[in-house]
Write a protein that binds this ligand. Structure first.
Ligand SMILES: C[S@@+](CC[C@H](N)C(=O)[O-])C[C@H]1O[C@@H](n2cnc3c(N)ncnc32)[C@H](O)[C@@H]1O
Length: 260
């Protein structure tokens, strides 16, 4: 059983400008605002080092999570891997001279969406966890201030706080590719990923409704649905894909929707 984390927004260590941003954020996310350390909350959102951070208590230590496109693994990929034949790109349907319009229905930290946008796709990122959305929105707004990365976000990325199942069922918009990466138990084991995925799991738990998400995606995608899965897991909802693309520690199940 998932234990719901107790989350608060802490404004006292912020500057006056960022404090007003944090007040507005607490109101928008419907989270309590605190002005000193408070044991009742397992997770605290605050503004530090010019960025929104989520702190979680690890015994006597504090682990911090932030979304960053300007350094770390996401930026490394941006700088060094623009291959259109990398597994994610192939799964999404990228080809020489063709860039699908993508709905990233499980945006998370936006890393996969950023890769697809870097390769030239327009990407609508949707995230339903308000806290993850806030971290991602902050990461994007910092990226928009960076000369190298700004264009990608300004021209190709839109972020929305919503449940993708509702969005797919009720929106008029349509997308060539719907990309899904719902939560699953085993993830790559690098220390950063471990921390990120552990905090993500604490916040959002397991995506129990992912078969509903897949159904909505198959119904709406113009050309394909690509689902990221652990290398050894069965297909989502036991639905046989049209084909699979193998990656290092995972695979992508691709459903070609016109042929289903
Ligand atoms: C494994 S993470 C995705 C990681 C992401 N691909 C990346 O590169 O950072 C899964 C995310 O999907 C979100 N999610 C799951 N189901 C969703 C839904 N129906 N609508 C919107 N977001 C959803 C979860 O809240 C979680 O943040």
């Amino acid at each position: 059983m998932d234990i719901k984390p107790q989350i608060a927004v802490r404004a006292d260590i912020a500057t006056p400008e960022t404090a007003s941003y944090l007040f507005a954020l607490a109101e928008r996310l419907n989270l309590p605002l605190i002005d000193a350390p408070d044991q009742r909350f397992s997770h605290v959102l605050t503004y530090r080092n010019s960025r929104l951070e989520l702190d979680s208590q690890e015994g006597s230590a504090t682990a911090s999570l932030t979304v960053d496109f300007l350094s770390g693994p996401a930026n490394y990929r941006f700088r060094h891997d623009r291959r259109i034949n990398q597994p994610l790109a192939r799964a999404a349907g990228i080809k020489r001279g063709y860039r699908p319009a993508v709905l990233d229905g499980t945006a998370g930290f936006g890393e996969d969406g950023f890769v697809l946008a870097t390769l030239g796709c327009r990407v609508m990122m949707i995230e339903r966890s308000a806290v993850i959305w806030a971290l991602l929105a902050d990461g994007i707004s910092r990226a928009r201030k960076n000369e190298e990365v700004r264009q990608i976000f300004d021209q190709r990325v839109t972020l929305k706080l919503a449940d993708t199942i509702d969005y797919l069922n009720f929106s008029e918009s349509s997308y060539d590719t719907v990309y899904l990466d719902p939560m699953y138990p085993s993830r790559p084991k690098s220390p950063l990923n471990k921390l990120k995925m552990r905090l993500l799991r604490e916040l959002v738990g397991d995506d129990y409704d992912c078969s509903e998400l897949l159904t909505a995606a198959l119904d709406k995608a113009r050309r394909r649905v690509a689902v990221k899965r652990p290398a050894k897991a069965g297909p989502l909802d036991q639905r046989t894909p049209s084909y699979t693309v193998t990656a290092k520690s995972s695979r992508y199940d691709v459903y070609l929707t016109p042929y289903l």
